[in-house]
Ligand binder design. Sequence first.
Ligand SMILES: [Zn+2]
Ligand SMILES: [Zn+2]
Ligand SMILES: [Zn+2]
Length: 260
Amino acid sequence: MRLIFLGTGTSFGVPQIGCRCPTCTSADPRDRRTRTGALIETQGKRLLIDTPPELRLQLVAAGVDHIDAVLFTHAHADHVHGIDDLRALSVRQGVMLPAYGSRGTMAELASKFPYIFDPSIVVPAGTSKPELAAHVLEPGKATAIAGVPVLPLSLPHGDHEVFGYRIGAAAYLTDVKTIPGDVVAALAGLDVLVLNALLSRPHPLHLSVPEAVAAAQRVGARRTFFTHLTHENTHAALAAKLPPGIAPAFDGLVIDLPGA
Ligand SMILES: [Zn+2]
Ligand SMILES: [Zn+2]
Ligand SMILES: [Zn+2]
């Protein structure tokens, strides 16, 4: 099983437009953070998590020529505004791509992108749109997606709900403010935890870096990777501040896990 970080940046992206801070002007390629998304490869299938604004560039960089399903964490702009780039895949693959999320997320996507989700809207002959088949997941109920068991987990993101996903010994949780006790229990025995970590100071919607460290220690995965990172820290500076077993992710990072 393999986890590929496509993007690891917060909603502004890094470098942030107009910013001349040390991270935004860094020469370290790990300090260029596109908006947050990931890919899971397991059992011969490929699951995409979110469709951030740089999706085309991310999939080209990762050499991806097909996917089997899309999992949405929530419908905030930084996680979904690359959705039109799925058109290249649905045209290439000649299929409806299955798309999954919470009831609220799928409803929000349908209202944001009616040209994709409203079947009564037909594109002119000779043109195309992303062909997606929407499916609603129930939190806490494991579901086979492209044959892969996926456990959706409901987490608070301010007054918004996000879905985290556990797939085998990996869990991907982004845009989380706290991890409720029932979710901590559902994350027992993880090899890899992915968690959002924003700033050193508290934020109303996101775990701060110190809160994310505490949450990671509560979950107790063998390895934890932080994502949704800001320009507050360079990769090297953040890596130096984190305890053993916790590391910042970066765009293009590939993590191999035991098993197919
Ligand atoms: Zn976000
Ligand atoms: Zn900056
Ligand atoms: Zn969000």
